[in-house]
Design a protein around this ligand. Structure first.
Ligand code: ASP
Length: 336
């Protein structure tokens, strides 16, 4: 019988309405079988673990990520797969971070949540949990990845973005197809899974949050950019550029980035578009970036780029190695 550990971190999924205030408060996840008796029908052992404190995922931070990694690492050999119940707001960031921190993953980790609390009649949480459990327990395939299951699709987690705050189809993966689709049957697309690793599993336990995100927009102010690049201890910048990686060609802009790179700051070029890729040198407006040593994130998402930078800067030192890691795919987050 498969063993699955359900780790509850918080978010809308585990909320019930407080009778007095009307506010949404977390309910007791250890009673998940009482809330969803149908889970007993699955031929698997479901244990639950509540991470302390329970948070709205807007409060997610590197310390909490390390805690989560630690729980998975400690239980890695005891379970066949893991389900992480998580708020939707930052689920894509957490899925990306877990994918980097857990190297040579041989088990399936599925993050899921909901737009409506489990305690509400029309909740999407019920189907999301049931789908996640069925996939986590399947004997049909081995999915050695950190995934997000939402609505009717299983995604590679580090490819996703939350795109909807209203409807149930909350996630989008513009540069990689879903790994599985739930209909009458669950269709697994095995050819899209990461290959099963031959090396031993390794969990990392360091992160460097001296990373900034700068989104370009017409009219970006020089003093604003200057002040960010001058932040004490800053080591990396995710630069969200236009289209295929384009940015202003104005001298002051290029000079500021050039100076930052000389000061050992990594500048990582990702696109603001929800699908497609940075192709530096395609237009004149990105050729300068390439010349001064900006690193192309190709088709990586912003969420994944931030997580990857924190991971790389926290665990590796050599500039050449870090540049190489940022430019290539570590966990299927970039198309190659
Ligand atoms: N604010 C909530 C969270 O991300 C939203 C949700 O779970 O859907 O924790």
């Amino acid at each position: 019988m498969k063993k699955v550990l359900v780790i509850y971190t918080g978010g809308t999924i585990g909320m019930v309405k407080d009778k007095h205030s009307g506010a949404l408060l977390p309910f007791d996840m250890s009673k998940i079988h009482e809330t969803l008796p149908v889970l007993k029908e699955f031929n698997c052992i479901l244990d639950s673990f509540r991470l302390d404190p329970i948070i709205d995922s807007a409060n997610m931070n590197p310390q909490y990520w390390l805690k989560l990694v630690n729980v998975i690492e400690k239980n890695y050999n005891l379970y066949d797969s893991f389900i992480v119940l998580h708020g939707t707001d930052t689920m894509s960031y957490t899925a990306s971070m877990l994918s980097f921190m857990l190297e040579n993953l041989q088990k399936t980790i599925i993050l899921t949540g909901s737009q409506l609390p489990l305690g509400m009649i029309r909740t999407d949480g019920r189907d999301n949990i049931i789908g996640a459990v069925e996939i986590a327990c399947t004997d049909l395939v081995k999915i050695p990845e950190v995934c997000i299951f939402f609505e009717d699709k299983l995604y590679r987690g580090n490819r996703t973005t939350k795109i909807n705050a209203e409807y149930f189809e909350a996630f989008y993966s513009g540069n990689y197809p879903s790994l599985a689709k739930v209909g009458i049957n669950i269709t697994y697309k095995k050819h899209l899974f990461l290959p099963f690793p031959e090396k031993d599993f390794k969990a990392y336990n360091k992160l460097d949050d001296n990373v900034a995100l700068i989104k370009l927009y017409p009219g970006l102010n020089k003093e604003y950019l200057k002040s960010i690049l001058k932040i004490k201890g800053l080591r990396g910048v995710v630069l969200e550029t236009f289209g295929a990686g384009n940015a202003p060609t104005e001298k002051w802009f290029i000079d500021l980035l050039k100076k930052a790179i000389k000061n050992d700051i990594y500048i990582y070029n990702v696109t603001q578009c929800k699908s497609g890729s940075v192709v530096m040198g395609h237009y004149e407006t990105s050729a300068h970036l390439m010349e001064i040593g900006v690193i192309s994130g190709k088709d990586i998402t912003t969420e994944s780029a931030i997580a990857k930078m924190m991971f790389c800067l926290g665990n590796f030192q050599n500039r050449e190695d870090i540049t190489k890691m940022l430019s290539s795919s570590l966990r299927g987050e970039i198309s190659e």
